[in-house]
Design a protein around this ligand. Structure first.
Ligand code: AMP
Length: 283
């Protein structure tokens, strides 16, 4: 595995790979890797000849009062995990490499970025779309892998890839969970043991609603209420919304189209997100 920190060096390394027509898979991350990230790497290894992982804690997607400075970092550990997972290139630029002085050009996503997290984290998806666009141009992959845990991020990036004509296949990988159901996240490390126990309510609520959905419940209000009934142990529920799977706007009731039940909640001072897809059985 090569660890690379500059775009110029990355281009040189990838030119050699492209010369022999290898399929390049790309997994963008902010590091502090866990099994969720490694599932994306495994998916890339299964579908591509060469896997590139980026580790970059992107300042433009954090709000002024968010956790940019305290975001967990463990570069040497991450590097070893990547090497052991069969990553070919680990790209770990610093902020100056990605955003040189006088940087001023951003990618502005549209409607998909306005609901759910977008409503509570102004500018977040602008930062995400901008860095993903830049990383796509730097790596020029054939396939990119994102996690379903960040459902809205997947939708925003898919839209951006179409709108800006990136010839890149985008693969969404199912959410990897701890044995007790908590969605794996780099931010889980902020949770105390007691908070971690209370955080389980999020997945429990989503699963309860999904169970009722599978049993035939199609009423949006009732499905949301079922999930909400489990969420009393979180400290602050930011949103719990059943949205249309394509538009990410409030789903029409009764459900007749694929939808996603999405939640964001604070447990202590840690903000956690999770979701479950409610796919209608094919007729
Ligand atoms: P992050 O480092 O949190 O920016 O995440 C990098 C990528 O890993 C994103 O595509 C995330 O959706 C994905 N990811 C994060 N957590 C999980 C998880 N528990 N299961 C699957 N993918 C995940």
């Amino acid at each position: 595995m090569q660890t690379i920190t500059t775009v110029a060096e990355l281009r040189r390394a990838l030119a050699k790979v492209r010369h022999v027509d290898k399929r390049v898979g790309f997994v963008p991350t902010m590091g502090y890797l866990h099994d969720g990230h490694l599932a994306l790497v495994a998916a890339s290894r299964a579908q591509c000849d060469v896997t590139v992982v980026s580790i970059f804690v992107n300042p433009t997607q954090f709000g002024p009062n968010e956790d940019l400075s305290s975001y967990p970092r463990a570069f040497l550990r991450d590097e070893k995990l990547c090497r052991d997972a069969g990553v070919a290139i680990l790209f770990a630029p610093d902020a100056q490499e990605v955003y040189p002085s006088r940087f001023e050009t951003f990618v502005e996503p549209g409607e998909l970025a306005k609901s759910l997290c977008g409503a509570f984290r102004p500018g977040h998806f602008r930062g995400v779309a901008t860095v993903v666009c830049k990383l796509f141009n730097m790596v020029q992959p054939d396939v990119v892998f994102f996690g379903q845990k960040d459902f809205q991020q997947c939708a925003v990036v898919r839209r951006m890839a179409i709108d800006l004509n990136f010839p890149i296949e985008i693969v969404t990988v199912p959410t990897v969970r701890e044995p007790d159901g908590l969605a794996m996240s780099s931010r889980n490390r902020y949770l105390s043991e007691e908070e971690r126990r209370r955080a389980l309510a999020i997945n429990r609520g989503l699963l309860a609603a999904a169970h009722e959905f599978r049993s035939g419940e199609r009423n949006v209000e009732r499905l949301v209420a079922i999930a909400k009934g489990h969420l009393e142990t979180v400290d602050r529920l930011q949103y719990l919304e059943l949205v249309d799977g394509d538009t990410l706007k409030a789903a029409d009731s009764p459900l007749r189209r694929p939808a996603a039940l999405c939640a964001a909640a604070y447990v202590g001072s840690t903000r956690l997100i999770d979701n479950v897809i409610l796919a209608l059985p094919t007729p």
